[in-house]
Write a protein that binds this ligand. Structure first.
Ligand SMILES: Nc1nc2c(c(=O)[nH]1)N[C@H]1C(S)=C(S)[C@@H](COP(=O)(O)OP(=O)(O)OC[C@H]3O[C@@H](n4cnc5c(=O)[nH]c(N)nc54)[C@H](O)[C@@H]3O)O[C@H]1N2
Ligand SMILES: Nc1nc2c(c(=O)[nH]1)N[C@H]1C(S)=C(S)[C@@H](COP(=O)(O)OP(=O)(O)OC[C@H]3O[C@@H](n4cnc5c(=O)[nH]c(N)nc54)[C@H](O)[C@@H]3O)O[C@H]1N2
Ligand code: SF4
Ligand SMILES: [Mo]
Length: 758
């Protein structure tokens, strides 16, 4: 295999790359895979109007950026179970009885029922859940419509994955940085294990950085494939990442390894932080993390001395009790070592000046202060809500020219748990209408029993989907979504980078499938607000946003691989940072004003309940599936036919567990079934639970959700206060108490446990 070519922004800025010409009746298109959320630039080949192949890009800078999920996409999207027409529920909610209707009929009824909910309970009684940009390519239209109608209650899977990190990073230095993998000398992976078939480009960047000599430090309780290739592997206890970073700071401060000029000139709160860090001598950190003090010190020195170094974003610290502190501590390490906005460090890119960003489309400024104040969860867990980000409005405008820049779509969200409570009738006001777009809501947050209760208590649920997922099974309407092969796309890397890449439409959508953008256009019409989406089509919309480039979307996609200007480094010298003080806030004035500890801290696990002696984490993504999707694709399912938990050989011995044996994993929230896999790489006492299991072939209706009730990790994910991060209110998924019970019936002993609530 040829060595992967590193991503080099300077080499590809405005790259005018020509595709290899078509031959033998094959049409080739420059496309971006959106089966997962890393968006590889790929090429599609079509014959007679159908995509027959997805292959790696011709452009050497993207070579090898493709995985099995991208390659199988044309077949996966042609699956016979794909929803091709709007479906209306005819029996009881969840009964599995549907009839086919037209889009017009569906939209008329949805519009009327949504208006009724809004008239009776106010616009805030309408909540929407979407997920990553790859599925919900609505480019901010959903937020735009909600903002005009008056609902602040938008939630997303990004609350557990990068969206929350973006919001928390901004508390420290006003923007969410992107690591410069190509020029860095040292990469730190806190958990996070990009592989050949998971996030392929990231795997390639890390490998090529290592090939040119960059160091790799991995913190992971498990000996992951990245840990195997690392210069230093720290096998820390699950959920102890924040404590580990305190240890690093202790070494860096005590040994004077920080950038003293940067700290003196560009930070506030250093002395207070230092005092807090002094509470973490290495012997304490060693106890909290389970790692050797010498190894902790060695890693800290490597990070500080190798510079410029990067700590790429990791979802692992997005899902912990100490998430806010852990994310802030990563930001603090980057800052005190002088790695912010320098080549090889953490780049702050802003929006590209030539393209209208999605944040402008969203129009957060039209939502009244009174409605913003009603955003669910903003009273208790405000960090990524409007309230939490309010103090950044003026600094963001000053530095980045935008009052509401919504990076990763995660900076102005309602809190998911609070939203489900309100939907279940347990909040301060009711939520009675719920839209779910490209998001398997039931299985994609914590406390699945609560989510189901919330869904059962709705007057209207609309799902926009490819498949009859457990979530769609509870809807009133299931509307067919198109796929990335069937729509054009202009991606902006979540507002994380200033690069734009175009993706051409490769084929017509099957049946009556429509894009999320078209879905929202029809909702605007159904609510008698057509002026909110005045563009005739998605391409008109892109043309409008691209005006200042002097190119139409068609011209851009036919000529340009990536539209990007090399960002300037150290822009803060001119503008300061986009924080209230204009400096990097080691001590956060925003958290202080919100009533939280302005310094990072570490909350230890609650005392062990002897009934639940083991700990579990959800994760280690499976190569053939993206999150809860693709379980119906035979080629992928053959690779991983059943949910597998991982335990160490000693844990297996302690609980007399055999390889492939069926067991039940349970805790105070719920229970699931899985098969046992005994892995040397696992530490004792820790159980890996796979995310997102359901079986499309299993029964739906009559109290069944196609196996989600039996297999989904969300049954075990808690959202009580001990298991929520204080500032953001996101759940702790890395170190949750559980026990394992034998299940000689092979899964049958675990029938739909919440049948009664359905
Ligand atoms: N094929 C495939 N690829 C995917 C996905 C998929 O579903 N399938 N999903 C994509 C998405 S959305 C995401 S977010 C990523 C997730 O991918 P990653 O970021 O790689 O996350 P995981 O695979 O869940 O776990 C990574 C490592 O974290 C370790 N870990 C567990 N608990 C802790 C802890 O408390 N601290 C530390 N430091 N480490 C811990 C695990 O042992 C594991 O080795 O993958 C993406 N890529
Ligand atoms: N309990 C628990 N919750 C989690 C996690 C966890 O580990 N445990 N992980 C978190 C993470 S890292 C993430 S990224 C999120 C992901 O959360 P989700 O975004 O909900 O991810 P998926 O499970 O992939 O669900 C996406 C759905 O969109 C559908 N879909 C795919 N493409 C399209 C499209 O083009 N149009 C439409 N309309 N639909 C489409 C798929 O069929 C699928 O049902 O979940 C988070 N939530
Ligand atoms: S890693 Fe695979 S699924 Fe994700 S965008 Fe790339 S090709 Fe598609
Ligand atoms: Mo994710």
């Amino acid at each position: 295999m040829p060595a992967p070519v590193p991503f080099d922004p300077s080499a590809i800025a405005n790259a005018k790359h020509k595709l290899r010409p078509a031959k033998d009746g094959v049409t080739v298109k420059r496309t971006i895979c959106a089966t997962c959320d890393i968006a590889c630039s790929v090429v599609t080949e079509s014959k007679q109007g159908r995509v027959v192949k997805v292959r790696s890009s011709d452009n050497p800078i993207f070579r090898d950026n493709i995985c099995m999920k991208g390659i199988i996409a044309p077949k996966a999207f042609a699956h016979p179970d794909r929803i091709l027409h709007p479906m209306k529920r005819v029996g009881e909610r969840g009964s599995g009885k549907w009839e086919r209707v037209s889009w017009d009929e569906a939209m008329r009824d949805i519009g009327q029922r949504l208006k009724k909910v809004i008239d009776e309970h106010g616009p805030e009684a309408w909540a929407v859940s979407t997920s990553q940009w790859n599925t919900a390519t609505d480019h901010g239209l959903g937020r735009r419509i909600m903002n005009h109608i008056g609902s602040p209650n938008w939630i997303s899977g990004v609350a557990l994955c990068a969206g929350n990190t973006a919001a928390i990073n901004r508390l420290t230095y006003g923007w969410f940085p992107m690591g410069d993998f190509n020029n860095t000398n040292c990469i730190v992976l806190m958990g996070h294990n990009p592989r050949r078939h998971s996030w392929t480009p990231l795997y390639n960047y890390i490998r090529s950085a290592q090939q040119r000599g960059a160091k790799l430090i991995v913190c992971d309780p498990r000996k992951s494939s990245s840990a195997e290739r690392a210069d230093i592997w720290l096998p820390l206890k699950a959920g102890s990442d924040a404590a580990m970073m305190f240890g690093w700071l202790k070494v860096i401060f005590d040994e004077g390894l920080y950038d003293k000029d940067f700290v003196a000139n560009w930070t506030v709160g250093f002395e207070e932080l230092r005092k807090r860090v002094d509470e973490f001598p290495l012997d304490r950190v060693a106890k909290l993390t389970g790692c050797e003090p010498e190894m902790i010190a060695k890693a800290a020195r490597m990070y500080a001395n190798s510079g410029p170094s990067i700590i790429p974003w990791t979802p692992i610290t997005d899902m912990q009790r100490n998430s806010t502190s852990a994310i802030r501590l990563q930001g603090i390490l980057r800052a005190v070592c002088g790695y912010i906005d320098v080549a090889g460090g953490e780049t702050l890119q802003g929006f590209h000046p030539d393209v209208v960003p999605e944040s402008t489309i969203e129009m957060h400024e039209v939502l009244s202060e009174a409605q913003k104040a009603k955003q669910l969860g903003s009273d208790t867990h405000p960090a990524f809500t409007y309230r939490g980000q309010e103090a950044l409005r003026e600094p963001l405008k000053r530095v980045w020219g935008h009052e509401y820049p919504n990076q990763i779509t995660g900076c102005y969200m309602a809190n998911p748990s609070a939203t489900f409570r309100a939907m279940a009738g347990e909040g301060s006001y009711p939520v009675k209408a719920f839209f779910t777009l490209g998001n398997n809501t039931v299985m994609s947050y914590a406390n699945m029993p609560l989510i189901i209760k919330a869904m059962m208590n709705q007057d209207l649920i609309v799902a926009h989907e490819h498949h009859m997922t457990p979530t769609a099974q509870l809807a009133d309407y299931v509307l067919p979504g198109d796929s990335w092969l069937e729509r054009p796309w202009l991606t902006d890397a979540f507002g994380w980078m200033s690069a734009y890449r175009p993706s051409e439409q490769s084929m017509e959508p099957p049946g009556e499938a429509l894009s999320t953008w078209e879905f929202w256009k029809r909702i605007a019409n159904a609510l008698d607000r057509p002026e909110l989406v005045s563009w005739a089509s998605l391409t008109d919309f892109y043309d409008d946003r691209l005006k200042a480039t002097g190119m139409s979307f068609k011209e851009l996609s036919e000529t340009t691989e990536i539209y990007f200007d090399m960002p300037e480094f150290r822009k803060y010298l001119k503008t300061g940072f986009a924080t209230p003080s204009g400096k990097v806030e080691l001590k956060s004035s925003i958290l202080e004003d919100l009533g939280f500890d302005p310094l990072p801290y570490f909350r230890e696990d609650p005392p062990v309940d002897p009934n639940y002696p083991l700990q579990m984490f959800t994760g280690v993504r499976e190569d053939g599936y993206f999150q809860t999707a693709q379980r119906q694709v035979p080629e992928m399912r053959q690779r991983a036919p059943e949910p597998m938990i991982f335990v160490s050989p000693d844990t297996a011995k302690d609980y007399q567990l055999q390889e492939n044996e069926w067991v039940i994993i349970e805790n105070q929230t719920g229970k699931i079934s899985a098969q046992v896999a005994i892995k040397e790489a696992m530490p004792n006492g820790l159980v890996r639970v796979p995310h997102g299991w359901w079986k499309p072939e299993m029964q739906s209706g009559a109290g069944h959700l196609s196996g989600a009730l039996q297999y989904s990790d969300a049954q075990l994910c808690r959202d009580d206060e001990d298991y929520l991060d204080r500032e953001q209110g996101i759940p702790h998924l890395k170190g949750v108490p559980c026990r394992i019970v034998k299940d000689p019936t092979g899964g049958a002993a675990n029938p739909a446990p919440t049948e009664a609530t359905l």
